[in-house]
Write a protein that binds this ligand. Structure first.
Ligand SMILES: [Zn+2]
Length: 271
């Protein structure tokens, strides 16, 4: 029997890097520019337009909803609920409305199904997760830093690696070789309004420069990570592992006896 290992990202990369930023404040315009300059991918978790002013935060400028489609093109727009609620204190029926109205409002602007979210204030529990799943959420990011590069057991409790301000310090470990290579992911979170000075923008640019431009890293949005991992988990092998069927619509890279193969979508691949 062949020795099969599914531990490669897209294009056979051993590592993936993904950025996830909340709240859609005005500074996203400059942050997206930075990501585009370094060919990095971000997920932007947005509330409903107008919620800030409706809460009295008139001084907090946000991205103009008319710009969502163009600004976030090539990145991912994702939910952050209508009113940025404390979910634990919010009844389930209201939570369902929070997520559905947010999802619908974002979809109308970006033109694709919005499939993930991050928890406002990192607030989650089993009840909240079951409501979000019912509304079609496929992943949700928390605010609990793991400081490691493992994938979550459950994408609805997706703990990030670290806040952007701490990420550059982890890159040496991220890029280091390991005896047991796995699908390593650095998942970096934050808010663009935290870039309150040119020094902080410089720090963020330094991180972008350091993480970018590597052949061994796949730069992906959150939902691209989820789709790829689901495709890996969906592979169907023959009993002797000499063949694999990939029912997904995206190719999957894998190793058989340490040789790299691509399981093409919708096809049987001989290994
Ligand atoms: Zn938030």
């Amino acid at each position: 029997m062949k020795r099969i290992e599914t531990r490669l990202w897209k294009n056979g990369a051993k590592r993936a890097a993904s950025f996830t930023f909340d709240d859609g404040r005005y500074e996203d315009y400059r942050l997206v520019e930075l990501f585009n300059k370094y060919s990095l991918k971000g997920t932007f978790h947005l509330n409903n337009p107008g919620f800030l002013t409706s809460c009295g935060y008139k001084e907090a400028p946000i991205v103009d909803p008319k710009d969502y489609r163009e600004l976030y093109e090539g990145h991912e727009v994702s939910c952050h609920l209508y009113h940025h609620p404390f979910c634990k204190w919010t009844p389930s029926a209201a939570l369902l409305e929070e997520v559905c109205s947010n999802k619908r409002s974002l979809e109308e602007r970006v033109g694709y199904p919005v499939r993930g979210m991050s928890y406002p204030y990192g607030n989650e529990n089993d009840r909240i997760i079951s409501v979000m799943r019912a509304a079609g959420m496929e992943y949700s990011r928390t605010a609990v830093n793991t400081y490691d590069f493992f994938l979550p057991e459950d994408f609805m409790r997706w703990d990030p690696t670290c806040h952007w301000s701490e990420a550059e310090g982890l890159l040496e470990k991220f890029f280091s070789p390991m005896n047991y290579d796995f699908m390593r992911l650095i998942y970096v979170w934050g808010h663009s309004y935290e870039f309150t000075s040119e020094e902080k923008w410089d720090q963020m640019e330094s991180l972008c420069r350091a993480v970018s431009g590597r052949d061994d890293v796949w730069y992906a949005t959150s939902i691209e990570i989820v789709d790829y991992v689901n495709a890996v988990n969906g592979l169907r092998f023959s009993t002797d592992c000499s063949m694999v069927y990939n029912p997904a619509v995206i190719p999957v890279w894998l190793e058989a006896d340490r040789e790299v193969f691509v399981a093409e979508p919708g096809k049987v691949t001989k290994l």
